[in-house]
Design a protein. Structure first.
Length: 331
């Protein structure tokens, strides 16, 4: 039995329609692009776990430090009157970063129900085990699904506190960020709170190094996107013919990552039934990570129905958890 015969008898490949659409549209555009949401297959998630431990990648440990060492300041803003809370975390992961804040709320005897929402059952299982062991008295109600389709039903007698941490908003443009914050605001009542983790503008060399680590883990993370496309869309990217290229622009505060074609080449996909031509030096835009000034945060809040109540920032001024309060709905 030859290989061609075996391939013809193979069961049809299950294809993610959204992935296929994004690749066809993105690689067919004048500026080729691939959405960063497709980074996170199993290998991509493993590589990102490594990235978060790298010395150059300050964001994760800095945000965790704020949530651990300045939890009392955050609690002053989200529970100033002792009112019961529904804590709704959008993209909770395994909950490690939120544990200290929940501990502080319990210590203050604030009645709190924690609703972590994530698309990963594995992450939510780890979260449930972590909180059961560390905070058995906390009411934890994990939700597997989409932020907005599965937003928990809450009582109007309780304050909602939404959490969007990890600097995730930075992957969006300003208009996309406003659109997302608008959707969160629509779920909140006036006076409810959003805690928003944001990376701040700082030394450009420090920011650039976070996306170009000496061990090459970030490069492997970026290139793994092509490996995923080879596997899931039967593409023929030669990973050795593409290079990771990070940039940071102090003018607009955006760190951007690209994959650069090392030579003139054509990449084909039997699943999509099409081919994509690359010139030598042509780029695929794969990720943006916005860095913010405090003025930018005020603008974002004002454009989406929030007011900035406070910024809780690490001692070096690298990162902030902004406290946004839902204000009267605009007409």
């Amino acid at each position: 039995m030859n290989d061609m015969y075996f391939q013809a008898r193979r069961a049809p490949r299950a294809v993610d329609a959204a992935l296929a659409r994004d690749v066809r549209d993105g690689l067919g555009a004048t500026q080729k692009t691939l959405p960063s949401k497709w980074f996170y297959d199993d290998e991509g998630s493993r590589l990102f776990q490594r990235i978060m431990t790298l010395p150059e990648y300050y964001m994760t440990r800095t945000e965790h430090g704020i949530l651990k060492h300045k939890a009392d300041r955050l609690a002053d803003w989200i529970a100033p009157d002792g009112r019961a809370l529904d804590l709704i975390e959008l993209g909770s992961g395994d909950g490690e970063k939120t544990l200290s804040l929940c501990e502080t709320l319990l210590r203050r005897e604030i009645a709190c129900t924690y609703h972590p929402i994530d698309v990963s059952q594995h992450a939510l299982s780890e979260l449930a085990a972590r909180f059961s062991g560390a905070l058995p008295a906390l009411d934890v109600r994990p939700i597997l699904g989409d932020y907005f389709d599965d937003w928990p039903a809450t009582s109007p007698l309780r304050r909602q506190v939404a959490l969007l941490l990890g600097g995730n908003l930075g992957n969006l443009t300003f208009d996309q960020s406003v659109a997302l914050l608008d959707r969160i605001r629509a779920r909140l009542a006036q006076g409810d709170v959003l805690l928003l983790g944001l990376d701040l503008k700082k030394d450009p060399a420090m920011i650039l190094a976070a996306y170009d680590d000496a061990q090459g883990v970030t490069a492997a993370f970026n290139l793994n996107l092509l490996r995923r496309l080879n596997r899931e869309l039967d593409m023929d990217f030669d990973l050795a013919q593409f290079a990771h290229f990070p940039t940071y622009s102090p003018l607009d505060g955006a760190a951007r990552s690209f994959l650069v074609s090392r030579r003139r080449q054509t990449v084909r996909s039997s699943v999509l039934g099409c081919a994509f031509a690359f010139q030598k030096g042509e780029t695929i835009y794969t990720e943006q990570s916005q860095k913010y000034s405090f003025d930018m945060i005020v603008q974002l809040a004002a454009a989406s129905g929030f007011a900035v109540a406070s910024h809780v920032t690490d001692d070096l001024g690298w990162y902030t958890v902004a406290v946004l309060q839902a204000i009267e709905q605009r007409r």
